[in-house]
Design a protein around this ligand. Structure first.
Ligand code: HEC
Ligand code: HEC
Length: 211
Protein backbone atom coordinates (compact mmCIF):
# COMPACT_ATOMS: atom_id res chain seq x y z
CA UNK A 1 0.00 0.00 0.00
CA UNK A 2 1.48 3.37 0.98
CA UNK A 3 2.85 5.31 -1.95
CA UNK A 4 0.79 3.38 -4.46
CA UNK A 5 -2.43 4.14 -2.70
CA UNK A 6 -1.54 7.84 -2.47
CA UNK A 7 -0.74 7.98 -6.16
CA UNK A 8 -3.99 6.21 -6.93
CA UNK A 9 -5.83 8.69 -4.72
CA UNK A 10 -4.29 11.61 -6.64
CA UNK A 11 -5.26 10.03 -9.95
CA UNK A 12 -8.79 9.44 -8.67
CA UNK A 13 -9.15 12.96 -7.41
CA UNK A 14 -7.95 14.28 -10.78
CA UNK A 15 -10.53 12.07 -12.46
CA UNK A 16 -13.12 13.46 -10.03
CA UNK A 17 -12.11 17.03 -10.89
CA UNK A 18 -12.45 16.33 -14.61
CA UNK A 19 -15.88 14.82 -14.04
CA UNK A 20 -16.93 17.84 -12.01
CA UNK A 21 -15.65 20.19 -14.72
CA UNK A 22 -17.60 18.21 -17.32
CA UNK A 23 -20.74 18.51 -15.21
CA UNK A 24 -20.23 22.26 -14.82
CA UNK A 25 -19.59 22.72 -18.55
CA UNK A 26 -22.34 20.54 -19.89
CA UNK A 27 -25.33 21.84 -18.12
CA UNK A 28 -27.05 22.32 -14.83
CA UNK A 29 -29.42 19.36 -15.25
CA UNK A 30 -26.55 16.91 -15.05
CA UNK A 31 -25.23 18.94 -12.12
CA UNK A 32 -28.49 18.63 -10.24
CA UNK A 33 -28.71 14.91 -10.94
CA UNK A 34 -25.21 14.45 -9.54
CA UNK A 35 -26.09 16.37 -6.38
CA UNK A 36 -29.27 14.37 -5.77
CA UNK A 37 -27.40 11.09 -6.16
CA UNK A 38 -24.77 12.00 -3.60
CA UNK A 39 -27.44 13.26 -1.16
CA UNK A 40 -29.36 9.98 -1.48
CA UNK A 41 -26.20 7.98 -1.09
CA UNK A 42 -25.29 9.57 2.24
CA UNK A 43 -28.82 10.21 3.54
CA UNK A 44 -28.45 7.57 6.30
CA UNK A 45 -24.97 8.81 7.24
CA UNK A 46 -24.98 12.58 6.98
CA UNK A 47 -26.76 13.15 10.29
CA UNK A 48 -23.53 12.05 11.98
CA UNK A 49 -20.75 12.09 9.36
CA UNK A 50 -22.06 14.92 7.17
CA UNK A 51 -22.25 14.42 3.42
CA UNK A 52 -18.61 15.60 3.34
CA UNK A 53 -17.39 13.08 5.95
CA UNK A 54 -16.84 15.51 8.81
CA UNK A 55 -17.97 14.05 12.12
CA UNK A 56 -20.87 16.03 13.49
CA UNK A 57 -19.69 16.11 17.12
CA UNK A 58 -16.83 14.81 19.29
CA UNK A 59 -16.79 11.01 19.36
CA UNK A 60 -17.83 10.61 15.73
CA UNK A 61 -14.97 9.86 13.32
CA UNK A 62 -14.17 11.92 10.25
CA UNK A 63 -14.38 9.80 7.11
CA UNK A 64 -13.17 12.31 4.53
CA UNK A 65 -9.90 11.44 2.86
CA UNK A 66 -9.75 7.97 4.44
CA UNK A 67 -8.66 5.55 1.71
CA UNK A 68 -11.39 3.93 -0.33
CA UNK A 69 -9.96 0.49 0.31
CA UNK A 70 -9.93 1.03 4.10
CA UNK A 71 -13.44 2.48 4.16
CA UNK A 72 -14.62 -0.63 2.32
CA UNK A 73 -12.93 -2.79 4.99
CA UNK A 74 -14.48 -0.78 7.83
CA UNK A 75 -18.00 -0.83 6.41
CA UNK A 76 -17.82 -4.54 5.68
CA UNK A 77 -16.56 -5.21 9.22
CA UNK A 78 -19.73 -3.54 10.55
CA UNK A 79 -22.03 -5.28 8.06
CA UNK A 80 -20.54 -8.70 8.77
CA UNK A 81 -20.58 -8.18 12.55
CA UNK A 82 -16.77 -8.41 12.82
CA UNK A 83 -16.68 -5.00 14.48
CA UNK A 84 -19.43 -4.25 16.96
CA UNK A 85 -21.34 -0.99 16.70
CA UNK A 86 -24.33 0.60 18.40
CA UNK A 87 -25.28 2.41 15.19
CA UNK A 88 -27.98 0.43 13.39
CA UNK A 89 -27.32 2.27 10.09
CA UNK A 90 -23.85 0.69 10.00
CA UNK A 91 -25.25 -2.82 10.02
CA UNK A 92 -27.99 -1.97 7.53
CA UNK A 93 -25.75 -0.71 4.72
CA UNK A 94 -26.78 -2.52 1.53
CA UNK A 95 -24.09 -4.54 -0.25
CA UNK A 96 -24.53 -2.42 -3.38
CA UNK A 97 -23.92 0.81 -1.40
CA UNK A 98 -20.53 -0.21 0.04
CA UNK A 99 -18.43 0.72 -3.00
CA UNK A 100 -20.15 4.05 -3.82
CA UNK A 101 -20.13 5.14 -0.15
CA UNK A 102 -16.44 4.27 0.24
CA UNK A 103 -15.54 6.08 -2.96
CA UNK A 104 -17.64 9.11 -2.01
CA UNK A 105 -16.11 9.63 1.44
CA UNK A 106 -12.57 8.87 0.23
CA UNK A 107 -12.87 11.69 -2.31
CA UNK A 108 -14.12 14.38 0.08
CA UNK A 109 -11.64 17.21 0.58
CA UNK A 110 -13.24 19.19 3.43
CA UNK A 111 -10.74 20.26 6.06
CA UNK A 112 -11.05 18.36 9.34
CA UNK A 113 -11.60 20.62 12.34
CA UNK A 114 -8.74 20.25 14.85
CA UNK A 115 -9.53 18.83 18.26
CA UNK A 116 -8.03 20.60 21.27
CA UNK A 117 -4.99 18.61 22.37
CA UNK A 118 -2.49 18.83 25.23
CA UNK A 119 1.03 19.82 24.04
CA UNK A 120 2.66 17.62 26.74
CA UNK A 121 0.67 14.56 25.69
CA UNK A 122 1.33 15.28 21.99
CA UNK A 123 5.09 15.35 22.70
CA UNK A 124 5.17 12.12 24.72
CA UNK A 125 2.74 10.55 22.24
CA UNK A 126 5.04 11.36 19.32
CA UNK A 127 7.98 9.55 20.93
CA UNK A 128 5.85 6.47 21.62
CA UNK A 129 4.30 6.59 18.15
CA UNK A 130 7.73 6.56 16.50
CA UNK A 131 8.79 3.52 18.50
CA UNK A 132 5.59 1.53 18.40
CA UNK A 133 3.07 2.57 15.78
CA UNK A 134 4.93 4.20 12.87
CA UNK A 135 5.57 0.89 11.11
CA UNK A 136 1.92 0.59 10.05
CA UNK A 137 0.37 4.02 10.69
CA UNK A 138 2.88 5.64 8.34
CA UNK A 139 3.76 9.33 8.00
CA UNK A 140 2.30 10.39 11.38
CA UNK A 141 -0.97 8.67 10.55
CA UNK A 142 -1.38 10.18 7.09
CA UNK A 143 -0.53 7.00 5.26
CA UNK A 144 -1.01 3.29 5.78
CA UNK A 145 0.73 -0.04 5.66
CA UNK A 146 -0.75 -3.42 6.54
CA UNK A 147 -4.24 -1.97 6.20
CA UNK A 148 -3.93 0.44 9.13
CA UNK A 149 -6.52 3.26 8.99
CA UNK A 150 -5.37 6.83 8.43
CA UNK A 151 -5.44 8.48 11.85
CA UNK A 152 -3.95 11.97 11.31
CA UNK A 153 -6.32 14.80 12.31
CA UNK A 154 -8.95 12.29 13.42
CA UNK A 155 -11.37 13.42 16.12
CA UNK A 156 -9.64 13.17 19.52
CA UNK A 157 -12.53 11.73 21.50
CA UNK A 158 -13.05 9.04 18.87
CA UNK A 159 -9.31 8.27 18.74
CA UNK A 160 -8.99 7.88 22.52
CA UNK A 161 -12.02 5.59 22.66
CA UNK A 162 -10.77 3.40 19.80
CA UNK A 163 -7.14 3.34 20.95
CA UNK A 164 -8.28 2.02 24.33
CA UNK A 165 -10.94 -0.28 22.82
CA UNK A 166 -8.22 -2.69 21.65
CA UNK A 167 -6.49 -3.02 25.02
CA UNK A 168 -9.91 -3.34 26.72
CA UNK A 169 -10.76 -6.22 24.39
CA UNK A 170 -13.71 -4.37 22.82
CA UNK A 171 -12.02 -4.41 19.41
CA UNK A 172 -10.01 -7.34 18.18
CA UNK A 173 -6.31 -6.54 17.65
CA UNK A 174 -5.26 -6.82 14.02
CA UNK A 175 -2.18 -8.86 13.23
CA UNK A 176 0.84 -7.65 15.30
CA UNK A 177 -0.78 -4.49 16.71
CA UNK A 178 -1.02 -6.26 20.13
CA UNK A 179 2.77 -6.53 20.01
CA UNK A 180 3.02 -2.76 19.50
CA UNK A 181 0.78 -2.16 22.53
CA UNK A 182 2.81 -4.34 24.91
CA UNK A 183 3.60 -2.58 28.18
CA UNK A 184 1.92 0.71 27.24
CA UNK A 185 -0.28 2.26 29.93
CA UNK A 186 -3.63 3.96 29.39
CA UNK A 187 -1.85 7.34 29.71
CA UNK A 188 0.70 6.31 27.04
CA UNK A 189 -2.07 5.24 24.65
CA UNK A 190 -4.06 8.41 25.31
CA UNK A 191 -0.89 10.41 24.52
CA UNK A 192 -0.57 8.69 21.13
CA UNK A 193 -4.21 9.55 20.41
CA UNK A 194 -3.40 13.23 21.19
CA UNK A 195 -0.42 13.04 18.83
CA UNK A 196 -2.52 11.70 15.93
CA UNK A 197 -5.31 14.23 16.56
CA UNK A 198 -2.86 17.16 16.54
CA UNK A 199 -1.41 16.24 13.12
CA UNK A 200 -2.49 17.95 9.93
CA UNK A 201 -4.42 15.74 7.59
CA UNK A 202 -2.22 16.78 4.66
CA UNK A 203 1.53 16.87 5.21
CA UNK A 204 2.88 20.42 5.44
CA UNK A 205 5.63 20.87 2.78
CA UNK A 206 8.53 20.75 5.26
CA UNK A 207 7.39 17.38 6.56
CA UNK A 208 6.61 15.84 3.21
CA UNK A 209 8.62 12.70 2.67
CA UNK A 210 10.93 12.34 -0.29
CA UNK A 211 9.62 10.04 -3.01
C1 HEC B 1 -26.10 8.06 14.66
C2 HEC B 1 -24.82 8.49 14.17
C3 HEC B 1 -24.20 7.72 12.99
C4 HEC B 1 -24.77 7.42 11.76
C5 HEC B 1 -26.18 7.70 11.28
C6 HEC B 1 -23.72 6.78 10.99
N1 HEC B 1 -22.57 6.69 11.74
FE1 HEC B 1 -20.81 5.88 11.13
N2 HEC B 1 -20.03 6.14 13.00
C7 HEC B 1 -20.69 6.72 14.08
C8 HEC B 1 -19.94 6.50 15.29
C9 HEC B 1 -20.30 6.99 16.68
C10 HEC B 1 -18.78 5.76 14.92
C11 HEC B 1 -17.70 5.22 15.85
C12 HEC B 1 -17.78 3.70 15.94
C13 HEC B 1 -19.08 3.18 16.46
O1 HEC B 1 -19.50 3.64 17.55
O2 HEC B 1 -19.68 2.35 15.80
C14 HEC B 1 -18.87 5.57 13.48
C15 HEC B 1 -17.91 4.90 12.71
C16 HEC B 1 -17.97 4.76 11.34
C17 HEC B 1 -16.90 4.22 10.53
C18 HEC B 1 -15.55 3.74 11.02
C19 HEC B 1 -14.55 4.86 10.96
C20 HEC B 1 -13.18 4.46 11.44
O3 HEC B 1 -12.29 5.33 11.41
O4 HEC B 1 -12.95 3.32 11.84
C21 HEC B 1 -17.34 4.23 9.23
C22 HEC B 1 -16.58 3.77 8.00
C23 HEC B 1 -18.70 4.77 9.24
N3 HEC B 1 -19.05 5.08 10.53
C24 HEC B 1 -19.49 4.92 8.11
C25 HEC B 1 -20.84 5.27 8.15
C26 HEC B 1 -21.71 5.24 7.01
C27 HEC B 1 -21.28 4.88 5.60
C28 HEC B 1 -22.95 5.61 7.44
C29 HEC B 1 -24.24 5.69 6.65
C30 HEC B 1 -24.69 4.46 6.03
C31 HEC B 1 -22.84 5.88 8.88
N4 HEC B 1 -21.54 5.66 9.26
C32 HEC B 1 -23.87 6.32 9.69
C33 HEC B 1 -21.92 7.37 14.01
C34 HEC B 1 -22.82 7.25 12.96
C1 HEC C 1 1.49 -4.13 12.58
C2 HEC C 1 0.72 -2.98 12.14
C3 HEC C 1 0.17 -2.02 13.19
C4 HEC C 1 0.86 -1.42 14.23
C5 HEC C 1 2.31 -1.58 14.61
C6 HEC C 1 -0.12 -0.57 14.89
N1 HEC C 1 -1.33 -0.65 14.25
FE1 HEC C 1 -3.04 0.35 14.76
N2 HEC C 1 -4.04 -0.61 13.27
C7 HEC C 1 -3.52 -1.54 12.42
C8 HEC C 1 -4.58 -2.11 11.61
C9 HEC C 1 -4.43 -3.17 10.53
C10 HEC C 1 -5.79 -1.48 12.04
C11 HEC C 1 -7.23 -1.74 11.53
C12 HEC C 1 -7.80 -2.83 12.44
C13 HEC C 1 -9.26 -2.75 12.67
O1 HEC C 1 -10.00 -2.38 11.78
O2 HEC C 1 -9.67 -3.04 13.83
C14 HEC C 1 -5.40 -0.54 13.07
C15 HEC C 1 -6.30 0.30 13.71
C16 HEC C 1 -5.97 1.23 14.69
C17 HEC C 1 -6.89 2.18 15.27
C18 HEC C 1 -8.35 2.37 14.90
C19 HEC C 1 -8.51 3.52 13.94
C20 HEC C 1 -9.91 3.74 13.47
O3 HEC C 1 -10.12 4.62 12.61
O4 HEC C 1 -10.83 3.07 13.91
C21 HEC C 1 -6.19 2.88 16.21
C22 HEC C 1 -6.71 3.99 17.08
C23 HEC C 1 -4.83 2.36 16.21
N3 HEC C 1 -4.73 1.36 15.25
C24 HEC C 1 -3.83 2.79 17.05
C25 HEC C 1 -2.54 2.24 17.08
C26 HEC C 1 -1.53 2.63 18.03
C27 HEC C 1 -1.76 3.64 19.14
C28 HEC C 1 -0.41 1.92 17.74
C29 HEC C 1 0.93 1.94 18.46
C30 HEC C 1 0.91 1.71 19.88
C31 HEC C 1 -0.73 1.06 16.61
N4 HEC C 1 -2.03 1.29 16.24
C32 HEC C 1 0.17 0.20 16.00
C33 HEC C 1 -2.19 -1.89 12.33
C34 HEC C 1 -1.20 -1.53 13.22
Amino acid sequence: MGKHSSAAAVRKSLAGTCLLTAVLLFGSTAGRAQETTSTNLTSNCSECHGSDGLGFKPGIPHLNGQSEFLLTNMINAFREGKRSTKVKDHRDIAAAAVAPLSRHYAQQKAQRPKSTTSPELVASGEALYLKRCAECHLDNGRDSDKEAPLTAAQDLKYLIAQTLAYSAGERKFPYLMDEAYRGLSEVDLTAIAHFFAAEDQEAPPRKRRRR
